[in-house]
Write a protein that binds this ligand. Structure first.
Ligand code: ADP
Length: 444
């Protein structure tokens, strides 16, 4: 700065002397000032050209204040070039990593247009990048389940898990099954992740077939065994020492028969046809039948059974599946509540929506929070002895879960250990009808 000021003073001084020599000091000073301005403008012009395109112009050799400015600018330009290089390298590494993932990754915007896709998106979903850029994913992968998933997936990022997704057939190879999940990650972008689950589905199918086959093979021998045991049980001619073992064999064979029955029923529920039929079911009648069936057990435990039922409300579903689910829930309430308990069965529209709720609550043993997530697993029991004593197979809630899935319904469980439990089956509006609707249909 001082260097610049001295230079200007010197030029102005020379201008003054020149003016004095020609007899007009002011003209000399003005001339010198114009020279200083022109000189500074020229330097700034050189600096500006260099900033604009550093590759086409030599670096201006400035001095003084402009030199400092120029030095700072070139330092900033160098570091920003370096950062750009590093970011480009990082970005291309990231893209390579995402491309190398075994999953198909497709980025879509709010209306479902493709913004980017990795290599596996072509193998699994038939989406080619960049050829399919800006096309709608739903138009390229035509599957109603994917369509529903895309329309229902939230746009805004939320921390909840993306759920189980949907399984669709690969458009490239119909034998392959792809699980699709949609994960929102910015205000308007969503990531569609496709994973090949063909092997998993095959293993699942083998397991389901195996359980179904074994249960089926056990059915006939067990029926024969039970027949003979019934004949022997109570036979007066039999040695008295054999009577107790035979009674125990009869009880155990009955238990085995119940397990086999439940396993066969579960296998049927798992068959590929995913949703149940839509017959109009008179739920009031269904509940009355179950109540009649369990009345001896209710009396045996001296429970009080309270019913709160909307007689008009019906379900569009499958009678035997719903009978099994509802009876399992009521029987559990009866079995896991100590004597003189209160069991409430409620069938009504939800208070907040048009859904319908089948609710069973008790003031029994309750369930500790850590068991709740695993309750609907096959053979998951909190107290195996108590379950067996009550005639449980350990499959009841697994059956309830499957039946509800086939009716597009969900199971909610609220329980406090030592206080009681409430199991609620929530049926969506599209599965609910009413007797008055039926009457109107019959009249028209
Ligand atoms: P189980 O045949 O053993 O009853 P379920 O699948 O119906 O099998 O139930 C699984 C477990 O959940 C039961 O063993 C029991 O420990 C617990 N459970 C179910 N319903 C209730 C209830 N109403 N109160 C307390 N515990 C329950």
């Amino acid at each position: 700065m001082r260097h610049d000021i001295w230079k200007i003073i010197l030029i102005l001084g020379l201008g003054g002397i020149f003016g004095y020599v020609i007899g007009n000091v002011l003209a000399g000073l003005v001339l010198a000032a114009l020279g200083v301005i022109g000189w500074q403008l020229h330097r700034m012009q050189k600096l500006y050209r260099w900033i604009q395109s550093p590759h086409n112009y030599p670096m201006p050799e400035s001095t003084g204040q402009l030199y400092l400015l120029h030095r700072e600018l070139s330092r900033k330009a160098r570091s920003s070039r370096l950062r750009k290089k590093q970011l480009t390298a990082l970005f291309s590494q990231f893209r390579q990593a995402v491309s190398a993932l075994p999953d198909a990754i497709v980025l879509i915007d709010a209306v479902g247009q493709i913004r980017w896709a990795n290599n596996n998106a072509e193998h699994q979903l038939g989406i080619r990048w960049p050829a399919d850029a800006n096309l709608r994913l739903g138009n390229l992968v035509r599957d109603p389940k994917l369509h529903t998933l895309l329309s229902e997936a939230p746009l805004k990022h939320d921390s909840s898990s993306p759920g189980v997704g949907v399984e669709i057939r690969s458009s490239h190879n119909a034998e392959r099954v792809i699980n699709i999940k949609v994960i929102p990650y910015t205000e308007e972008l969503r990531m569609v992740v496709g994973r090949d689950v063909t092997r998993l589905m095959k293993v699942n199918q083998i397991r389901t077939d195996f359980v179904a086959n074994v249960s089926h093979e056990l059915k006939t021998p067990l029926t024969v065994l039970r027949g003979y045991l019934e004949l022997l049980d109570g036979n007066k001619k039999l040695d008295p020492s054999l009577q107790r073992p035979i009674q125990q064999m009869a009880v155990q064979s009955e238990r085995m028969q119940l397990i086999v029955q439940d396993l066969l029923f579960l296998s049927k529920l798992e068959e590929p046809q995913e949703l149940s039929s839509r017959e109009s079911i008179d739920v009031t009648h269904l509940i009355n039948t179950i109540v009649e069936m369990i009345q001896p057990k209710v009396k045996e435990h001296a429970h009080k059974l309270e019913l709160d039922i909307d007689y008009d409300l019906r379900i569009l579903g499958n009678q035997s599946e719903l009978h099994s689910a509802f009876s399992n829930l009521i029987l559990n309430a009866v079995n896991y509540t100590s004597a003189n308990g209160i069991i409430k069965v409620r069938w009504r529209r939800s208070e907040e929506s048009s859904d319908a709720e089948f609710m069973v609550s008790d003031n029994g043993a309750g369930i500790a929070a850590q068991h709740l997530p695993r309750l609907t697993e096959r053979f998951y029991r909190i107290d195996a002895d108590r379950s067996r004593d009550g005639g449980g197979t350990g499959l009841g809630l697994a059956i309830v879960k499957h039946v509800l899935q086939r009716h597009e319904a969900i199971l909610e469980v609220d329980s406090i250990e030592g206080v009681g439990s409430t199991f609620t089956c929530v049926f969506p509006e599209n599965r609910v009808s009413s007797s008055s609707d039926m009457q109107r249909l019959a009249d028209s």
